[in-house]
Write a protein that binds this ligand. Structure first.
Ligand code: NCD
Length: 312
């Protein structure tokens, strides 16, 4: 069996993982799902996951907690900054240092780009980036790729349309870096002020076909296999008026869906605000809640692989 390349590793950027690493993770995720609860329990027994969430989270924190519990481990953490010494002015550095004393692995979400890289330099235990500013959210991208494989049976050959706040959405950057390991076609659609940061995708255009648009165009969308929708990242706007200008700029509803291929899969990292209308939820195309559920499976495998040299 191939060596476990995740053992004791930080997950700061998805760029640090190649296609065969990702495929190994997806295979292990499938294998782990077949284990009995008793077998799974051995993988995280007596291990502690620490989490530090400087920004709000629902799925990332809960799925990591549920994942850790599912492999027999436990979790401690800070998600309410006001109840911790961060409120008193304690630095990220000191907070990570202390968390490192109490845990075997740390999940960090922080508003600054580079925060996870910084934490990984301080911590002896592995750091998992649960979202760093507008920079990256690598485990979201891992579960997004896993979702594509589960739902479309492949990634190579897919035409993927990514719609929304491409300037500030960190999930998009990790997703594009992850997708660049595959033979895919990408269509990026965003309001003009929320276009992708060119400097952050430098080099990707040599690896895959990327088309950038500022309007939905039926012609381009018609044969897309996946529509990946994202929320406008209100909290990252320095000028609230700029947010007001783009608020509600796009909405996917069941009417628009008629323009797409009948089996197009609609994905979203969630939370959804108003960019996907609720009438889409009942369509078989809507896979965003399934995607959130795959998140727990993938994160269980990721934790097990990082914490154990030979987990399975
Ligand atoms: C995303 C995030 O935090 O970047 N949420 C998530 O983890 N699923 C997306 C978002 O907040 O829009």
């Amino acid at each position: 069996m191939k060596n476990n390349r995740f053992f004791n590793r930080d997950v700061v950027s998805i760029k640090d993982f190649q296609r065969d690493d990702l495929e190994y993770l997806f295979k292990k995720t499938d294998e782990m799902k077949k284990l009995s609860p008793k077998e799974k329990d051995e993988l995280g027994k007596a291990r502690i996951m620490g989490y530090l969430f400087y920004e709000p989270s629902t799925r990332t924190r809960m799925s990591f907690e549920a994942a850790m519990a599912s492999i027999g481990g436990s979790s401690i953490g800070i998600s309410d900054l006001k109840s911790s010494s961060i409120e008193k002015g304690e630095s990220l550095q000191d907070t990570v240092r202390v968390m490192d004393l109490y845990s075997d692995i740390i999940i960090l979400r922080h508003q600054l780009d580079g925060s996870s890289k910084f934490a990984a330099e301080i911590s002896d235990h592995p750091i998992i980036n649960g979202g760093s500013g507008s920079e990256e959210h690598p485990t979201q991208a891992m579960l997004d790729l896993y979702t594509m494989i589960r739902e479309k049976k492949k990634i190579d050959g897919l035409k993927i349309c990514i719609l929304g706040d491409l300037k500030y959405g960190r999930t998009i950057y990790s997703l594009l870096y992850g997708l660049s390991n595959y033979d895919v076609e990408i269509i990026l659609v965003s309001p003009p002020t929320l276009q992708i940061r060119q400097e952050s995708i430098y080099g990707l255009k040599n690896k895959m076909k990327i088309v950038e648009l500022v309007e939905m165009s039926e012609k381009v969308f018609r044969d897309a296999d996946i529509l990946y929708v994202t929320r406008i990242q209100k909290e990252r706007f320095s000028d609230p008026q700029e947010y007001e200008k783009v608020k509600g700029a796009y909405t996917i509803d069941s009417n628009i869906l008629k323009q797409f291929k009948s089996d197009i899969a609609i994905m979203h990292p969630l939370p959804r605000i108003d960019e996907i209308s609720q009438d889409v939820d009942s369509k078989t195309n809507a896979i965003y809640f399934k995607q959130a559920s795959y998140g727990k499976d993938l994160r269980s495998a990721l934790l097990a692989l990082i914490l154990n040299e030979s987990p399975l």
